[in-house]
Design a protein around this ligand. Sequence first.
Ligand code: SF4
Ligand code: SF4
Length: 60
Amino acid sequence: MAVKYRIDRALCVSCGTCDMECRFGAIQISDQGKFSIDTETCRGCGLCAASCPVDAVLKG
Ligand code: SF4
Ligand code: SF4
């Protein structure tokens, strides 16, 4: 099973870069503009974590 990622909302500045990078549509945006990762859809590629400017995407 692929490594899963999650977004630390305390660190996330809602820039949207991870959403643009994810090729699988696993990044979700809430009505409040908060970003999160749908772990069912996430393939664990790590592109979001590599692209996040504030290191808000964490493993596990
Ligand atoms: S690890 Fe890959 S598939 Fe999962 S949310 Fe990040 S960019 Fe998308
Ligand atoms: S790239 Fe990082 S700071 Fe930007 S929306 Fe995604 S998790 Fe938040």
